[in-house]
Design a protein around this ligand. Structure first.
Ligand SMILES: Cc1cc2nc3c(=O)[nH]c(=O)nc-3n(C[C@H](O)[C@H](O)[C@H](O)COP(=O)(O)O)c2cc1C
Length: 128
């Protein structure tokens, strides 16, 4: 199993189509994923077979509906950490005030996530 956690910028207008595609594709590829959208930033975690994850990430990287894609963390994992094709949440910037950040880019540059064991608690905190 392999995971990639990445950040990118996009416009909310693309959201509906992207999510619709993701759910169906991820299901077919046995990829499980979490995604948070806040103020033009996406933070997404994808996990699955390494080859599948790397090729999906290549496809996502070339998608012109977003820009400035940046890998925050990636690596091998023993077991899946989530169980749905796409767990999505749109959050208000005020949610980030708790961790003294104004957007998801801030969150990532402050790196509250240092290893894969912190990723799910981190998403749970932001998505609650
Ligand atoms: C920010 C962002 C995240 C995306 N995440 C996924 C994803 O998790 N799974 C997926 O299948 N496509 C995702 N996509 C869409 C892919 O870039 C691509 O459009 C989709 O996989 C269909 O590719 P295809 O036309 O080559 O089949 C994402 C796109 C963007 C802009």
């Amino acid at each position: 199993m392999y995971y990639i956690l990445f950040l990118s910028r996009t416009n909310i207008d693309y959201l509906r189509n992207i999510i619709f595609e993701c759910v169906n594709n991820n299901k077919a590829l046995e990829i499980t994923s979490k995604m948070i959208y806040c103020n033009d930033y996406y933070l997404q975690y994808i996990e699955g077979e390494e080859k599948t994850i790397r090729s999906l990430f290549d496809i996502i990287s070339q998608d012109n509906r977003h820009n400035n894609i940046k890998i925050i963390l990636e690596g091998a994992i023993e077991n899946r950490k989530c169980n749905t094709p796409l767990d999505y949440k749109h959050i208000a910037p005020t949610v980030l005030n708790d961790i003294n950040c104004s957007d998801l880019s801030d969150v990532c540059s402050l790196m509250p996530i240092k290893d894969d064991s912190e990723i799910m608690p981190f998403f749970a905190k932001l998505m609650k």
